[in-house]
Ligand binder design. Structure first.
Ligand code: GLN
Length: 185
Protein backbone atom coordinates (compact mmCIF):
# COMPACT_ATOMS: atom_id res chain seq x y z
CA UNK A 1 0.00 0.00 0.00
CA UNK A 2 1.64 3.24 -1.15
CA UNK A 3 1.31 5.39 1.95
CA UNK A 4 2.29 8.90 0.85
CA UNK A 5 -1.26 10.27 1.00
CA UNK A 6 -4.83 9.04 0.63
CA UNK A 7 -6.98 6.47 2.43
CA UNK A 8 -4.08 4.33 3.61
CA UNK A 9 -5.78 2.90 6.71
CA UNK A 10 -9.00 2.06 4.87
CA UNK A 11 -7.14 0.22 2.09
CA UNK A 12 -4.95 -1.66 4.56
CA UNK A 13 -8.02 -2.75 6.50
CA UNK A 14 -9.75 -4.05 3.37
CA UNK A 15 -6.64 -5.87 2.15
CA UNK A 16 -6.21 -7.54 5.55
CA UNK A 17 -9.89 -8.38 5.73
CA UNK A 18 -9.37 -10.22 2.42
CA UNK A 19 -6.53 -12.21 4.00
CA UNK A 20 -3.56 -10.36 2.48
CA UNK A 21 -0.39 -9.49 4.33
CA UNK A 22 -0.51 -5.73 3.74
CA UNK A 23 2.09 -3.12 4.65
CA UNK A 24 2.45 0.62 4.15
CA UNK A 25 5.19 1.58 1.65
CA UNK A 26 7.01 4.90 1.80
CA UNK A 27 10.63 4.06 1.09
CA UNK A 28 12.17 2.56 -2.06
CA UNK A 29 13.45 -0.55 -0.24
CA UNK A 30 9.93 -1.29 1.02
CA UNK A 31 8.92 -2.05 -2.57
CA UNK A 32 11.16 -5.10 -2.64
CA UNK A 33 9.50 -8.48 -2.60
CA UNK A 34 5.93 -7.28 -3.01
CA UNK A 35 3.42 -9.07 -5.24
CA UNK A 36 1.07 -6.11 -5.52
CA UNK A 37 0.85 -2.41 -4.78
CA UNK A 38 -2.21 -0.29 -4.12
CA UNK A 39 -1.81 3.28 -5.36
CA UNK A 40 -4.60 5.25 -3.70
CA UNK A 41 -6.54 8.36 -4.60
CA UNK A 42 -5.63 11.80 -3.39
CA UNK A 43 -4.18 14.42 -5.66
CA UNK A 44 -2.18 13.07 -8.58
CA UNK A 45 0.10 16.12 -8.91
CA UNK A 46 0.92 15.97 -5.19
CA UNK A 47 1.49 12.23 -5.30
CA UNK A 48 3.77 12.76 -8.30
CA UNK A 49 5.81 15.27 -6.27
CA UNK A 50 5.92 13.03 -3.20
CA UNK A 51 6.98 9.98 -5.20
CA UNK A 52 9.86 11.96 -6.69
CA UNK A 53 10.75 13.50 -3.30
CA UNK A 54 10.83 10.05 -1.62
CA UNK A 55 12.99 8.74 -4.49
CA UNK A 56 10.48 6.00 -5.23
CA UNK A 57 10.41 6.06 -9.01
CA UNK A 58 13.53 3.99 -9.86
CA UNK A 59 12.56 1.27 -7.37
CA UNK A 60 8.97 1.31 -8.57
CA UNK A 61 10.02 0.95 -12.19
CA UNK A 62 12.30 -1.94 -11.24
CA UNK A 63 9.51 -3.64 -9.29
CA UNK A 64 7.06 -3.14 -12.17
CA UNK A 65 9.60 -4.64 -14.56
CA UNK A 66 9.70 -7.69 -12.24
CA UNK A 67 5.93 -8.08 -12.47
CA UNK A 68 4.55 -6.02 -9.58
CA UNK A 69 0.78 -5.70 -10.09
CA UNK A 70 -1.06 -2.49 -9.19
CA UNK A 71 -4.54 -1.71 -7.94
CA UNK A 72 -5.03 2.00 -8.54
CA UNK A 73 -7.88 4.23 -7.46
CA UNK A 74 -8.74 7.71 -8.72
CA UNK A 75 -5.51 9.80 -8.57
CA UNK A 76 -3.60 6.49 -8.57
CA UNK A 77 -5.26 5.60 -11.87
CA UNK A 78 -4.23 8.99 -13.26
CA UNK A 79 -0.62 8.13 -12.37
CA UNK A 80 -0.98 4.70 -13.98
CA UNK A 81 -2.35 6.01 -17.28
CA UNK A 82 -0.60 6.23 -20.64
CA UNK A 83 -1.93 9.75 -21.19
CA UNK A 84 -3.24 12.45 -18.84
CA UNK A 85 -5.54 15.17 -20.11
CA UNK A 86 -5.95 18.39 -18.14
CA UNK A 87 -2.85 17.50 -16.14
CA UNK A 88 0.36 19.43 -15.62
CA UNK A 89 2.67 19.45 -18.66
CA UNK A 90 5.22 17.01 -17.20
CA UNK A 91 2.89 15.08 -14.93
CA UNK A 92 4.01 11.56 -14.07
CA UNK A 93 2.19 8.89 -16.08
CA UNK A 94 3.52 5.41 -15.56
CA UNK A 95 1.78 3.87 -18.58
CA UNK A 96 0.77 0.71 -16.70
CA UNK A 97 -2.68 0.99 -18.19
CA UNK A 98 -3.17 1.78 -21.86
CA UNK A 99 -5.77 4.43 -21.14
CA UNK A 100 -6.16 8.18 -21.59
CA UNK A 101 -7.66 9.86 -18.53
CA UNK A 102 -9.09 13.32 -18.03
CA UNK A 103 -8.65 14.81 -14.58
CA UNK A 104 -11.68 16.17 -12.74
CA UNK A 105 -13.87 15.21 -15.68
CA UNK A 106 -17.18 15.22 -13.87
CA UNK A 107 -16.98 18.76 -12.58
CA UNK A 108 -17.94 20.23 -9.27
CA UNK A 109 -21.27 18.50 -8.82
CA UNK A 110 -19.39 15.29 -8.19
CA UNK A 111 -16.78 16.57 -5.83
CA UNK A 112 -18.21 13.96 -3.56
CA UNK A 113 -20.91 11.40 -4.15
CA UNK A 114 -21.77 7.76 -3.67
CA UNK A 115 -23.16 5.60 -6.43
CA UNK A 116 -23.92 1.92 -6.94
CA UNK A 117 -21.92 0.52 -9.82
CA UNK A 118 -22.76 -2.64 -11.69
CA UNK A 119 -19.67 -4.77 -12.06
CA UNK A 120 -20.90 -8.02 -13.65
CA UNK A 121 -17.66 -9.84 -12.85
CA UNK A 122 -18.37 -9.35 -9.14
CA UNK A 123 -21.89 -10.73 -9.27
CA UNK A 124 -25.38 -9.26 -9.54
CA UNK A 125 -25.18 -7.12 -6.39
CA UNK A 126 -24.03 -3.58 -7.36
CA UNK A 127 -20.90 -2.23 -5.67
CA UNK A 128 -21.31 0.98 -3.65
CA UNK A 129 -18.41 3.36 -4.38
CA UNK A 130 -17.54 7.01 -3.89
CA UNK A 131 -16.54 9.43 -6.64
CA UNK A 132 -14.46 12.40 -5.54
CA UNK A 133 -13.36 14.81 -8.25
CA UNK A 134 -13.01 11.69 -10.33
CA UNK A 135 -11.18 11.40 -13.63
CA UNK A 136 -12.86 9.95 -16.68
CA UNK A 137 -11.29 7.27 -18.83
CA UNK A 138 -11.67 8.69 -22.33
CA UNK A 139 -9.80 6.05 -24.32
CA UNK A 140 -8.82 2.46 -23.76
CA UNK A 141 -6.30 0.44 -25.76
CA UNK A 142 -6.96 -3.02 -27.23
CA UNK A 143 -5.51 -4.90 -24.23
CA UNK A 144 -7.73 -3.14 -21.70
CA UNK A 145 -10.89 -4.83 -20.40
CA UNK A 146 -13.67 -2.57 -19.18
CA UNK A 147 -15.20 -4.04 -16.00
CA UNK A 148 -17.59 -1.20 -15.15
CA UNK A 149 -18.89 2.05 -16.57
CA UNK A 150 -20.12 5.26 -15.00
CA UNK A 151 -22.20 7.62 -17.12
CA UNK A 152 -21.28 5.50 -20.12
CA UNK A 153 -17.53 5.86 -19.63
CA UNK A 154 -15.16 3.17 -18.36
CA UNK A 155 -14.75 3.45 -14.60
CA UNK A 156 -13.03 0.14 -13.78
CA UNK A 157 -10.49 -1.36 -16.17
CA UNK A 158 -8.08 -4.25 -16.14
CA UNK A 159 -4.93 -4.80 -18.10
CA UNK A 160 -3.13 -8.01 -17.24
CA UNK A 161 -2.93 -8.03 -13.45
CA UNK A 162 -3.32 -4.26 -13.09
CA UNK A 163 -6.71 -2.97 -12.04
CA UNK A 164 -7.55 0.73 -12.44
CA UNK A 165 -10.57 2.40 -10.84
CA UNK A 166 -11.72 6.01 -11.20
CA UNK A 167 -13.57 5.81 -7.87
CA UNK A 168 -12.94 4.92 -4.23
CA UNK A 169 -14.15 1.51 -3.06
CA UNK A 170 -12.39 1.92 0.29
CA UNK A 171 -14.70 4.75 1.41
CA UNK A 172 -17.80 2.61 1.18
CA UNK A 173 -15.76 -0.39 2.33
CA UNK A 174 -16.93 -3.07 -0.13
CA UNK A 175 -14.02 -5.53 -0.31
CA UNK A 176 -14.91 -7.20 -3.61
CA UNK A 177 -12.56 -5.20 -5.86
CA UNK A 178 -9.64 -5.73 -3.47
CA UNK A 179 -10.47 -9.44 -3.41
CA UNK A 180 -10.56 -9.53 -7.22
CA UNK A 181 -7.14 -7.85 -7.37
CA UNK A 182 -5.66 -10.21 -4.77
CA UNK A 183 -7.13 -13.29 -6.49
CA UNK A 184 -4.94 -12.66 -9.55
CA UNK A 185 -1.62 -11.98 -7.80
N1 GLN B 1 -8.78 15.12 -8.98
C1 GLN B 1 -7.70 14.41 -8.38
C2 GLN B 1 -6.46 14.46 -9.25
O1 GLN B 1 -6.47 14.97 -10.32
C3 GLN B 1 -8.08 12.97 -8.10
C4 GLN B 1 -9.12 12.91 -7.03
C5 GLN B 1 -9.10 11.67 -6.22
O2 GLN B 1 -8.14 10.91 -6.19
N2 GLN B 1 -10.16 11.47 -5.48
O3 GLN B 1 -5.47 13.97 -8.84
Amino acid sequence: MLALQGDVREHLRLLRECGAEALPVRLPEELEGLDGLVIPGGESTTMDRLMRAFGLLPALELALGRGLACLTTCAGTILAAREIRDGLPDQLHLGLLDIAVRRNAFGRQLQSGEVDLEIPELGPEPVPVALIRAPSIDEVGPEVEVLARYQGLPAAVRQGRHLGLTFHPEITGDPRLHRLFLSRL
